[in-house]
Write a protein that binds this ligand. Sequence first.
Ligand code: HEC
Ligand code: HEC
Length: 335
Amino acid sequence: MGKVVGKVFTLLIVVLAVFLWVGSAITSLTGGEKKAGGAVDMSPEGGEAIFWGKGRCYTCHSIGDSGSAVRCPNLGVWGDKFPLPIGERAKERAKQREKDTGLPYTPADYLIESLANPSAYLVEGFKNEMAVVYAPPISLSLNEIKAAILYLLSQGGEVDVNAINNPTELSKKFYDRVIAGSQAGGGDPGHGEEVFMGAGCIDCHKLKGQGGDIGPDLTTIGTKGFKSISESILRPADTFTPGYETYTVIKKDGKEMFDASGKKVSGVKIKDSADSVDIAVSAGVIINVPKSEIKELQIDKNKSVMPDEIVEVITVKDYQDIVAFMLLQKGEKKK
Ligand code: HEC
Ligand code: HEC
C-alpha cells in the first residue's frame, strides 16, 4: 500500500471510529440502550458496536460494501468468492466442520470456534492471521465475543440469543477456551499443549494417564485456578504440593549425600520400602539409597524438583499458552 493510500486509510478509520463513538454516545444519551457500567449489550447491535469498534474486526474484515479492509475474508456478500453473508455462510461452514471433525456443529458453534480458536479452520485462500481477539491488544471479554457472534449471525442467519446463552457442549468448550485464554493474559491453549510436551513438563507430570511420576498428576489442575497454577510455575518452592516435598539425604556421618556424578541426592521421595528409598532428583534420574546409609531425610523447603528456571528458558507467550492449557485440564483422573 502506498503512503498516501495508507494515510487515507488511517484517516477513514479514525473518521469511522469517531462516527461510531458519537453514534453510540447519542444512543446512550437518548436512552436507546441501557447499559450498567461496562456491561455488554447482548444483541446484534451490541455486537455491531464491537465489530466496528473495540473488536477491531473492521481493520481486517469488511461486510459487503461496508468497511475498507480487503485483505481478509469479506463477511458480507462479495464477488464470486463470498456469495453468502457470514450468518448464512456459517451453515455451510458448520457442515464442513462436522465432516472434518465428526462432531455436531451448529452455525453458532462454527462462529464461536472461529473466534475462540481461529486456527482450527482456515478459510480457503487465507493464512492463519486472524487475531486472537480475547488476547491483547484487543482483549474482548467472553460476553463481547458473544455479542459479536450475534452480529455475525444477523448477517443473513438466525439470531438466537438463547443459543448463545445456553451453549451446546461444543460451544461450552470454546467458551472455556476463551475464559482460560483471557485469564492467562491471552494464552493459546492449543499451542500451550505443544509447549507442555516439548518443554519436558510431561517427563515429570502425568496428564490423562500419560507422562512421568515425579510431579503431581495434572489431569485436574485446571480446578485449582489461575493464581495457584501460575504461582506453581513461577515459584515452585513457594507452594509445595503435599507429597512432593524435596528430601535431602543425610548420611550416617551427618553430611549430605552426593551420587557418582557429583549430584546432591535431593528430590522427591517416590518410593519408600523396608530397606531403601527412591529419590527422583530430576526427570529420569532416580537414585536408590539403602536405608542403612541414611541418618535422616531432611526436608528442603527452598528447592523444588520442579525447575524454577522454566520461565527463563521459555518466552512469556509460551508461559501464557501453558497456563491457558493448564486451566483447561479439568478432566477425570485415569489410573
Ligand atoms: C488481523 C486481522 C483480523 C482481525 C483483527 C480479525 N480477523 Fe477474522 N479473520 C482474519 C483472517 C485472515 C481470516 C481467515 C483465516 C481464518 O479462517 O482463520 C479470518 C476469519 C474470520 C471468520 C471466518 C470467516 C468465514 O468465511 O468463515 C470470522 C467469522 C471472523 N474472522 C470474524 C472476526 C471477528 C468477529 C473479528 C473481531 C472481533 C475478527 N474476525 C477480527 C483476520 C482478522
Ligand atoms: C523435573 C521434574 C519436573 C518438571 C520438568 C516439571 N515439573 Fe511441575 N512439578 C514437579 C514437582 C516435583 C512438583 C511438586 C512440587 C512443587 O509444588 O513445587 C511440581 C508441581 C507443579 C505444579 C503444581 C501442581 C499442583 O498440584 O498444584 C504445576 C502446575 C506444574 N508443576 C506445572 C509444570 C509445567 C507446566 C512444567 C513444564 C513447563 C513442569 N511442571 C515441569 C516436577 C516437575
